[in-house]
Write a new protein. Structure first.
Lengths: 388, 140
C-alpha cells in the first residue's frame, strides 16, 4: 500500500488568515470570508480565478462550508468538505495541491474555519455525555503519553516546560499568534502555572480558539506570471495515514502511543519527495500538548529514538538551533481552532520560505515540514520548498 | 433503583453489587488476538467473525495521570479531580479508564481491579455507571 503523493508543477499562490483567539464578537462566516479575501489578495486573484475549493472545519454542522464560500462569491465552482479532526487544514491543503498537481484544476483553494467559543461541550464527538469515552478529556490522553515517556526515558517536567516556553516566546514574535506574551516566558513560569493533568500545566496546553485560514494553490506558471519577483513556494510531497494495528491499541478514546503512525507517515512523505530530515530547515508539528513535540522530534527523524530530550536541552529546536520547530508559536501559542490550524501552519511555512518571517526567520530556510495528527488516529506530513 | 451502563455493549453489570463488572471482548478464531470493545472483523488478520469473550477483571497499569478538573458528566462537581490510566489485561487488550484514588496511589506496573464509578442518577432513580480500575485492595 502506498499513500505518499509527490506534487508536480504546483505552487502556493496566496495565503491568508485571521489572528486566532477567543473571538466571540467575530462571526464565523466573516472570519472565513476575511481569511479567504486575504489569500485571494495575496494571490492577486478573485474567486473567478479559482477552479475548485476544499473547505474544512470540525465544529459546525453539515454544509457550513458552502455557506462560507458564498461569502466570497457564487461562481459555480465545485466545493468539497474535508474533515480530519485537528489534521483537517493540512488535509484540505493536500487535496487542493493534488487537485492542481493532477491537472484537474489550475487554481484550487483550501479554506478552513472553526469557532470553539461556540462549541457544544462534547468536543464534536456528537454523542453528548452518554458515550463511553466522554468522561475522559483530551488533556489526559496526552498526559498519559507524557507520564509513560517520563517512566521510560527519564524525561522531566522541566523538558516539557522548556518546549512550552520556546513556543510561547515564538508566539510573542508572531503577529498572527493568539498568545503574544509581553515578557520572556521562562520554564519556571510554565511549571508554576496550574496543573491540568500531571505532568501537564495550563501553559503546556494549547488554547481552544476561534479562527480561519486560507491557502490558494495554482499551476506554478500562473503563480510565476502574477508574482515574477516573489520566491516561488511549492508543495513538494504529502503523506496521510491512519493507524496500523499493534497490541496495546486502545480502541475507546483517542490513541496516545505506542504510536508509530507519525514515523511511518513521515518516512512515506520523505520518500515521495526524495528528501530526508537533514534537508528540512524548519518544522511544524501537533504540539497541542507540548510533550507531543518531543515525541515528534524523534518520530519525524530529527534525532534517534529516545534522544528528543537532548535536543531540548541543547536548544536545537529554538531560535538559531539546528531544526527550529513551530516558529509561529505552534498550537501552544499561535493557537488551535481545529480545522484552520493546518492552514495556519502552511501560512507560517510560506512566510519562512519567502523570507518574510521577520524576527522569527530561519536563515536560509529552503524546506519546511508540516505535521499534524487528528484525534490521535490520523496523521499527515507535508513538505514544502522554495525556488527563487 | 438499578445500575445502568453509560453506553450499552461495553460491559456487563452483575446483579451482586459485591461482584466486579465484566468487560465484553472479542477473540479472533483465526489468529487468537483479543479485543476490547467487541468487534466483528479481526484488526490483526482481518478474519470476519469473532467469538464473544469476557475479559479478566485484574490488569497491570501501563501509564496513568491525574486530572485536576471535575469528571465530565459527573453530577458532583466538588470532586477535585480523577485518575485516568491505561491498564493491560492478561488477554492482551489495553483498557483506558478512570482510576479510583489519589495521585500518590498510582505507580506504573502495579495491579488494579475493575469496578464501577457512578456518574450520576437519572430522573427515574437509576445510577449511570462506567467501568473504572482501583488499586488491588483499595476500597470503593
Amino acid at each position: 500500500m502506498r499513500h505518499g503523493l509527490k506534487f508536480e508543477g504546483v505552487a502556493v499562490a496566496g495565503v491568508g488568515m485571521v489572528r486566532f483567539g477567543m473571538l466571540r464578537d467575530y462571526p464565523m462566516m466573516h472570519m472565513a470570508r476575511d481569511a479567504g479575501l486575504v489569500a485571494l489578495h495575496d494571490a492577486g486573484m478573485t474567486l473567478a480565478d479559482v477552479d475548485e475549493a476544499m473547505v474544512g472545519y470540525i465544529q459546525p454542522s453539515s454544509m457550513t462550508g458552502i455557506k462560507a464560500m458564498k461569502e466570497l462569491g457564487l461562481t459555480g465552482l465545485p466545493v468539497t468538505h474535508i474533515e480530519n479532526a485537528s489534521a483537517t487544514g493540512l488535509v484540505a491543503f493536500r487535496e487542493a495541491a493534488w487537485a492542481v498537481s493532477s491537472g484537474r484544476a489550475d487554481v484550487a483553494m483550501a479554506l478552513c474555519f472553526d469557532k470553539f467559543t461556540e462549541m457544544s461541550g462534547t468536543g464534536g464527538r456528537g454523542g453528548g455525555r452518554d458515550v463511553i469515552d466522554a468522561p475522559i478529556l483530551p488533556a489526559s490522553y496526552f498526559a498519559l503519553w507524557a507520564q509513560r515517556r517520563m517512566y521510560e526515558r527519564g524525561t522531566t517536567p522541566e523538558h516539557f516546560a522548556k518546549v512550552a516556553a520556546k513556543n510561547w516566546n515564538y508566539g510573542a514574535a508572531c503577529p498572527t499568534a493568539h498568545r503574544r506574551p509581553d515578557h520572556v516566558v521562562t520554564p519556571e513560569e510554565v511549571l508554576a502555572s496550574r496543573l491540568v493533568a500531571r505532568p501537564l500545566t495550563t501553559m503546556m496546553c494549547c488554547p481552544a480558539d476561534d479562527g480561519a485560514a486560507c491557502v490558494i494553490l495554482a499551476r506554478d506558471d500562473i503563480v510565476r506570471a502574477r508574482h515574477p519577483d516573489r520566491p516561488l513556494v511549492r508543495p513538494l510531497a504529502s503523506a496521510l495515514q491512519s493507524e496500523t494495528y499493534a497490541r496495546g491499541h486502545t480502541f475507546v478514546g483517542p490513541v496516545v502511543g505506542p504510536s508509530t503512525m507519525t514515523r511511518d507517515t513521515a518516512l512515506e512523505c520523505y520518500e515521495a519527495a526524495s528528501l530526508g530530515p537533514d534537508d528540512v530547515d524548519v518544522a511544524f508539528c501537533h504540539d497541542a500538548f507540548v510533550n507531543e513535540e518531543i515525541e515528534y522530534y524523534e518520530l519525524l527523524g530529527f534525532c534517534p529514538p529516545g534522544e528528543g530530550d537532548k535536543l531540548v536541552e541543547a536548544g536545537e529546536t529554538g531560535p538559531g538551533g539546528r531544526i527550529p520547530f513551530n516558529t509561529d508559536g505552534g498550537l501552544t501559542a499561535r493557537g488551535h481552532p481545529g480545522g484552520p490550524t493546518g492552514l495556519a501552519i502552511v501560512h507560517e511555512c510560506v512566510q519562512q520560505l519567502r523570507g518574510d518571517a521577520d524576527d522569527r526567520q530561519v536563515d536560509g530556510a529552503r524546506v519546511a515540514l508540516a505535521h499534524l495528527v487528528g484525534g490521535g488516529s490520523i496523521c499527515t506530513v507535508n513538505l514544502l520548498g522554495v525556488t527563487d | 433503583m438499578a445500575r445502568v451502563p453509560i453506553e450499552a455493549g461495553y460491559f456487563r453489570i452483575p446483579d451482586d453489587p459485591a461482584e466486579p463488572p465484566v468487560l465484553l471482548g472479542s477473540k479472533c478464531p483465526n489468529c487468537g488476538e483479543v479485543f476490547f470493545p467487541r468487534r466483528m472483523v479481526c484488526a490483526q488478520c482481518l478474519h470476519e467473525g469473532t467469538d464473544d469473550v469476557e475479559l479478566s477483571t485484574r490488569g497491570t497499569l501501563w501509564t496513568w495521570t491525574y486530572c485536576n478538573i471535575p469528571l465530565f458528566g459527573k453530577k458532583e462537581t466538588d470532586v477535585p479531580g480523577y485518575g485516568v490510566g491505561q491498564v493491560d489485561l492478561p488477554e492482551g487488550p489495553r483498557i483506558q479508564a478512570i482510576l479510583l484514588g489519589r495521585p500518590d496511589d498510582f505507580e506504573i506496573g502495579m495491579e488494579l481491579d475493575l469496578d464501577l464509578e457512578t456518574l450520576r442518577t437519572t430522573d427515574e432513580g437509576d445510577d449511570v455507571v462506567i467501568y473504572r480500575f482501583r488499586p488491588v485492595g483499595a476500597g470503593a
